[in-house]
Design a binder for this molecule. Structure first.
Ligand SMILES: Cc1cc2nc3c(=O)[nH]c(=O)nc-3n(C[C@H](O)[C@H](O)[C@H](O)COP(=O)(O)OP(=O)(O)OC[C@H]3O[C@@H](n4cnc5c(N)ncnc54)[C@H](O)[C@@H]3O)c2cc1C
Length: 449
């Protein structure tokens, strides 16, 4: 009996990550760094304010499989620019083979879409192959990380699953936008604001209207009224018309280029292009058992990012990023940080299994596990030529063109905010990161995320 336990514990453990964007890729890269001994806690890993010791590297490196329908990492934050500016199209999509850290034994990226996870059996069914020739396949796992994000409407995210397709679709969409005179964006949350403002910024002669059902922009976000009003002014000063208190009932097409938007108030307006950016985007979690989800389909997780204990093998199941149930704002830096927490916890469990010669991943001690910080209500927006940032702890805010430059640079945060933290946060680079961050914080009063 003992020898059977030892042999299962010593076999390579299989970590399957569903979704290879900010949250999923962060989990994979940080787990690899822990295994390589190059991991660094740039941010405190323990949400309760303590630094945990660096996790030990497991003796047996786990096999890691990332499953994603896309052929690369997509920087969703850059979509407003990717769908308005041709010079940006080549930047936000990084194919898997362009990520050197993934090119190694024991790591596979499978193009496919999860369709059913069975936590009790620890098996996953997925669809892979080209459209029209999809095949159902399955794989076994020891640990599952769900990082599948939200189902958002085109054109707020790409429909494409390959970089080539994405580039072609984005270019076509930009030409389409260029041929329209009036554009209406429905939904005054962060995504709608950024889309409307970027279109007006790129095409100042077009008539751009942002329609929102509530009495203020960002009405669903936990930010102050003062920040909402400020953002409203920044949006308007960029030339976007803002229509508040106007719920859209439907949008009909007259057969020509023009569309009619019918409002609940009884009025209507026409626009040549209508973009839906409402906050009702649903999580992609239909492959999970209902018991793991809240009423809206988001995954209920513990602060350790593990599933609730009512789910079979809950300790070996994690969810990170936009898919988790949270009252906080769903943002990319939070998704990256949750990936780091998850990698730490998986590594600790792998080591604990090796130490106890058991193949049952269990929470050895809650105290020893990294906890995700309670979601903050910090918010940073690109609003055309300007930026706006809100610190949820202090209520401080700043806005203006220099705020956009400081936080996002001129590439929608691609290098400064995201690639930097995703790809460069190894121990090797942590000293450089700390120096740069210190300068940022001291010089600019930059908010901690
Ligand atoms: C237009 C726009 C602007 C934004 N602006 C900002 C901003 O300025 N700042 C900010 O912090 N955040 C911003 N966000 C939000 C940010 O993009 C999200 O918080 C972030 O993408 C969440 O990361 P994630 O990894 O959880 O999910 P996602 O980035 O959505 O990634 C999910 C991944 O899962 C894959 N997937 C989907 N279904 C399956 C399946 N069934 N099986 C396997 N894989 C699957 C997808 O292909 C994708 O790669 C913006 C979002 C949008 C749309």
């Amino acid at each position: 009996m003992a020898s059977a336990l030892v042999s299962t514990a010593l076999r390579d453990q299989h970590v399957v990550i569903l979704g290879g964007a900010y949250a999923g890729l962060s989990t994979a890269l940080n787990l690899l760094r822990i295994c390589d001994g190059t991991f660094s806690y740039f941010l405190k890993a323990d949400g309760r304010g303590h630094n945990l010791p660096l996790p030990r590297s497991p003796r047996n490196k786990p096999r890691i499989t990332i499953l994603d329908p896309r052929d690369g990492f997509y920087h969703a934050v850059g979509t407003p620019m990717a769908h308005t500016s041709k010079s940006y199209i080549s930047k936000p999509w990084l194919q898997w083979d362009q990520i050197p850290e993934l090119k190694r034994g024991g790591v596979s990226v499978v193009r496919g879409k999860a369709i059913k996870a069975d936590p009790e059996a620890k098996t996953l069914v997925y669809l892979s192959g080209e459209p029209g020739e999809l095949q159902q396949r399955s794989l076994d796992y020891d640990y599952l990380v769900v990082a599948t994000g939200l189902r958002r409407p085109w054109p707020t995210v790409p429909m494409a699953t390959t970089k080539a397709e994405f580039s072609a679709q984005a270019a076509r969409y930009i030409e389409h936008l260029q041929s329209r005179n009036s554009i209406a964006v429905i939904g005054g949350g962060a995504v709608g604001i950024e889309m409307a403002a970027e279109i007006k910024h790129q095409y100042p002669l077009k008539d751009v209207t942002l329609i929102h059902s509530r009495s203020s922009l960002l009405s669903s976000e936990p930010v102050s009224m003062e920040f909402r009003d400020t953002v409203h002014k920044v949006v308007q000063s960029g030339g976007v018309n803002v229509l508040l208190n106007n719920r859209v009932l439907n949008v009909t097409s007259d057969g020509n280029s023009s569309k009619t938007i019918t409002l609940e108030s009884g009025g209507s307006l026409s626009a040549d292009e209508v973009i839906w950016a409402t906050s009702s985007a649903a999580p992609i979690t239909e492959f999970l058992p209902n018991e793991a989800l809240d009423q809206e389909g988001f995954v209920n997780v513990l602060p350790t990012t593990q599933f609730q204990p009512t789910i079979p093998n809950s300790a070996a199941h994690f969810a990170v990023g936009d898919v988790i149930s949270t009252p906080g704002i769903r943002l990319a830096p939070g998704a990256i940080r949750m990936g780091k927490i998850t990698a730490t916890n998986i590594a600790q469990m792998l080591v604990a299994c090796e130490d106890s010669a058991s193949d049952t991943p269990s929470v050895s001690s809650d105290q020893a596990q990294a906890h995700a910080k309670p979601p903050k209500s910090n918010l940073k927006l690109v609003i055309g030529v300007s930026g706006a940032a809100y610190d949820g702890n202090t209520g401080d805010m700043m806005w203006g063109p220099e705020v956009k430059q400081r936080i996002f640079g001129d590439d929608m945060g691609l290098t400064r905010e995201f690639f930097f933290f995703l790809f460069l946060s190894t121990r090797l680079h942590s000293r450089a990161i700390l120096t740069i961050a210190k300068v940022h914080w001291e010089r600019w009063g930059y908010f901690r995320t």
